[in-house]
Ligand binder design. Sequence first.
Ligand SMILES: [Zn+2]
Length: 218
Amino acid sequence: MTGLADYSGHVSHRHEDGDKAYINSYRETRGEIRPEDVVTVTLDSEPVDPDALRPVGETEIHTSIYRARDDIDAVLHIHPPYMTMFGISGTDLQPVHIRGSVLVDGPVPVFDCPYHVTTQELSDAMVEAMGDRKEVLLRGHGAVVCDESMERAFSRAMYLELNAYYQHQASVLGNPNTMSTEEAQRVYDYNWQDRVVDKFWHFYEWKAIEEGYLPEEW
Ligand SMILES: [Zn+2]
């Protein structure tokens, strides 16, 4: 619905046991994911049930982050058009809009590799490029955004794409005015409170029900 994922993005959540993850299967179309399309995988990217559906081809993106980062419980691999441009152009994606204040730690790092992240070698290199951040651009491909919860990972991804849109459009008009660290921190402290993230999440839940992407009884 939001256009973040397109036809082949994927989303995962860490399993309650900690050492497994839920992820969408390879086969279903991204517009119609049902509970039976979710696969439980080990952190080595293998389905727990050998008879389960095959997980997505880049499951390693997710499991490598869960292996390396105790602070992360939700991961999105997405192909958002504006963010992706910044992973191609060499221009830093910086906080220019209040939503972009999530970039309080500086520009989004870029994993300088255009290949599909299908091996542990590539995924570990991607995690290294991400460092202690919660977002990384994949050159010529898309982005990986993660956080401590699905609500925050989704909100972070939407905030970053909106900020990328404004930075790009403003650069057509002139030189975008980037927030200072102090400005970004102050906006971030307000914008990233639970109640603001909840409001953002509930708006998109409502919109998804209204547009028929989620069932009425959600
Ligand atoms: Zn991709």
